[in-house]
Ligand binder design. Structure first.
Ligand code: FES
Length: 110
């Protein structure tokens, strides 16, 4: 019997871990994707940069704890889960992150 289909994930080096500063986002590119990194202590999180409401850049948003507020209309997102705290219909995609050798690697589908 066939197992479940799993999308292959490729981890891509996007930044030095020291470039991701607590309290602010960092926008990075993986091919045509624009992603936003956030720091929470030793952990780094990655979500889609584009706000699903009207395209604001979440990587430029104001950070409060583990939340980022969209710079366009102030909606709040939890960057550790991708949850939109202002309207649950607008959650953003979250990407897996590895920190290895001082570098941040983000997992994207092949
Ligand atoms: S574009 Fe982000 S809240 Fe409107």
């Amino acid at each position: 019997m066939a197992g479940p289909v799993v999308d292959a994930v490729r981890f891509v080096d996007v930044a030095g871990v020291d470039e991701v500063v607590e309290g602010e986002g960092k926008i990075v590119f993986v091919g045509a994707r624009r992603l936003a990194l956030f720091r929470d202590g030793e952990d780094v999180h990655c979500i889609e940069n584009r706000c699903p409401h009207a395209g604001g850049f979440l990587g430029l948003g104001r950070v409060e704890g583990c939340q980022v507020r969209c710079p366009r209309h102030d909606w709040a997102f939890d960057f550790t889960t991708g949850d939109c705290l202002s309207d649950p219909r607008y959650d953003v995609r979250r990407y897996p992150v590895r920190v290895e050798g001082g570098r941040v690697l983000v997992g994207v589908a092949e």
